[in-house]
Design a protein around this ligand. Sequence first.
Ligand code: PGA
Length: 251
Amino acid sequence: MKKLMAANWKMYKTVAEGAATAAELVGLLDGRLPADREVLVCPSFTMLSAVAPILSKTPGCSAGAQNFYPAGQGAFTGEIAPEQLLDLGCAYALAGHSERRHVLGEGDELVGRKVTFGLGAGLRMILCVGETIEERRAGQVETVLARQLEKGLEGVLGTATAGNLAVAYEPVWAIGTGEVAGPAEILAAHAFVREKLVALLPTEGASVRILYGGSVKPDNAGIIIRLDNVDGVLVGGASLKADSFSQIVLA
Ligand code: PGA
């Protein structure tokens, strides 16, 4: 599997800014993207129709969504359905990002429904998991990751494959703080996620990609991406500028 180098633009940029960043990014990567790397950009819904065509014209690049509601269609004011994302050229979607869990109050059960529904609708899903600093200090990293993985993947046995599912380990204390997890912490958490994936998805778990996220920058990406069981990165702040994200993609 290719390493998945993913950008999460969160709630930043206008349509014009997003389109310009995407165009600059594909320009910087043109002819330089290694065969074993894949690029994904997850912008706000508002600019998906402008950004997705720019990325999908470039081999190895695609667009994704940061969120959706797990239903086909209906009376869900303010929500977006997977079909509507596919219609805009989205290939992937995130579920369970820490900001959705901790700022917007999403629980494990809803996150699990999103993963199941998204896969069923034809989206490739990235399930985000990770502990808070309090949970880490209390020695609960594995308990938290186990619960988030069990609930997040409850409905996907038989549907999830190494091609349509990835997991992003993003320790909450490392997101947007500049405090990156050290190699030992990443290795330990990713080994645990791998073990759990193999237990939950016996035929596919060994090859489902595990991404690291949390203050990934051009100067630490090269080390992180080469650690055991690190099959990609999910980048927030450092993905907002094409120059910085392209350095991460090529690190
Ligand atoms: P960060 O965000 O790179 O700004 O820490 C990562 C994420 O939220 O996915």
